[in-house]
Design a protein around this ligand. Structure first.
Ligand SMILES: Nc1ncnc2c1ncn2[C@@H]1O[C@H](COP(=O)(O)OP(=O)(O)O)[C@@H](O)[C@H]1O
Ligand SMILES: [Mg+2]
Length: 419
């Protein structure tokens, strides 16, 4: 019997998908018998405490949703990967060194249609010895309204170079709003970016390993209504494109749980936000698509553990750049990048693994979504995220959507389609 332990390194605000994953791994243990050997899985939440840098660890794989925000767990997971060979979802190394800004630059180099973006220097310099003097000596004076008018026109977006949770994002309509936003940016380094309005579609694609779920996203709606239940909003070709883009980004940076926001406008799929160390996976956000996320995470983790997949610490960015530097066209390059991404994710092997060993998972999750335990997951999340007078209303709202998922999935299964 092979024994593997999963750690969930999470913040206090996440109870939904972690609980769902824990219930499934405990109920269906071993989840697979691989090469004749049952995979015995234990799952628990990682605790934070002082540690010896040479200490061993009992974990084999850690899903990290905290290291991006908190220093202590961040350094622990790095040690776990470097010293203990723990498999991490996601790589903290590329996330720490390459936030939204570098992700834009790298994907521009690959030829993806990232909208025009400029980086502007800090409005206020940190109060550190030498900073101000150096800036005075070497930083060029610049005329921000002139850059905005010349390069972008209005409206445009000003947003932090590292992004996350819509913090500090503003839509700017004129030069007065521009200067006000810049003044209040303080010590946060900002991008200016072309606003993509009047688009054909706004997609948020959640990628877990080689699995990608494109969802129609409605940013103008309140949080609970941003993900539309709509599986036909993209043509099959556009759907394949966003799936390929998401896999390519995730394989390029070794981000195995990430989301990619892209806007389809003027016939171009334009990615705008795709460096999300902790993509939103709340049941209250994903609702109809939440069971997909839980299944995808369960399948990818099980595959990594059963096949002893090793976390890739070094990068193969140059292989992508070698394709980028050819004179192939966009679609041909995208196909070539996707082949590299599929090699990274072992997509074919993973699909075979799911077919052969995880055939039971769809029905298990379908049943689980109908249990009182799943009601509890919805309740907990609604209680955490909504004011008390809305608890009842929103519990029933989400329960209703998930009941609809149960019915839609059953009828799709009966007719051989997938939801
Ligand atoms: N270039 C853009 N064109 C149109 N809308 C944008 C653009 N950039 C950002 N937005 C809007 O602002 C939201 C937050 O911006 P985003 O880049 O996703 O920041 P964060 O990393 O904080 O999520 C997006 O979901 C989108 O609705
Ligand atoms: Mg975003």
């Amino acid at each position: 019997m092979k024994y593997r332990k999963i750690g969930l390194l999470i913040s206090a605000e996440e109870e939904d998908w972690p609980t769902a994953l824990e219930i499934l791994f405990r109920r269906y243990n071993p989840p697979v018998v691989y090469n004749g050997e049952p995979l015995n899985v234990e799952i628990e939440r990682v605790r934070v405490h002082p540690f010896d840098l040479r200490a061993g660890t009992s974990y084999h794989l850690v899903v990290d949703r905290l290291g991006h925000w908190q220093l202590n767990p961040r350094e622990w997971i790095k040690k776990a990967a470097l010293y203990n060979r723990v498999y991490l979802l996601n790589s903290p190394f590329t996330f720490q060194s390459m936030e939204k800004h570098s992700a834009y630059v790298a994907m521009m180099r690959l030829g993806l249609h990232v909208p025009k973006t400029w980086l502007i220097p800090l409005k206020s310099f940190p109060n550190r010895p030498g900073y101000e003097e150096t800036a005075r000596k070497y930083y060029d004076w610049f005329d921000l309204p002139a850059i905005a008018a010349r390069e972008f026109g209005y409206p445009l977006y000003m947003k932090p170079f590292d992004g996350g949770g819509w913090r500090g994002v503003s839509r700017i309509n004129n030069q007065w709003e521009l200067m006000a936003a810049y003044d209040s940016s303080g010590q946060t380094m900002m991008h200016l970016q072309t606003a993509l309005d009047n688009y054909e579609a706004f997609v948020r694609a959640l990628g877990i390993g080689p699995q990608v779920q494109p969802m129609r996203y409605q940013p103008e709606q309140p949080q609970h209504a941003r993900y539309a239940i709509d599986n036909d909003f993209l043509s099959p070709e556009r759907r394949r494109e966003i799936i390929a883009i998401t896999k390519v980004i995730n394989a390029f940076f070794h981000w195995e749980v990430n989301s990619c926001e892209a806007i389809l406008k003027d016939g171009l799929m334009q990615p705008i936000d795709y460096a999300n160390a902790c993509p939103d996976m709340h049941v209250t956000s994903l609702h109809f698509y939440f069971p997909w996320a839980v299944k995808a995470l369960f399948a990818w983790i099980t595959f990594c553990l059963a096949t002893d997949r090793r976390m890739r610490l070094d990068s193969n960015m140059e292989e992508y750049f070698a394709i980028a530097d050819t004179d192939m066209g966009y679609w041909e390059k995208l196909a070539a990048y996707e082949a590299l991404a599929d090699r990274y994710f072992e997509t074919e092997r993973f699909n075979e693994f799911c077919q052969k060993h995880l055939g039971w998972l769809d029905e298990a999750v379908w049943e689980f979504v109908q249990t009182p335990e799943f009601d509890g997951i919805i309740w907990e999340t609604v209680r955490y995220l909504f004011p008390p007078h809305e608890h009842e209303q929103f519990f029933h709202h989400y329960r209703g959507i998930l009941n609809y998922w149960v019915q839609a999935t059953a009828s799709a299964a009966a007719s051989g389609r997938s939801v």
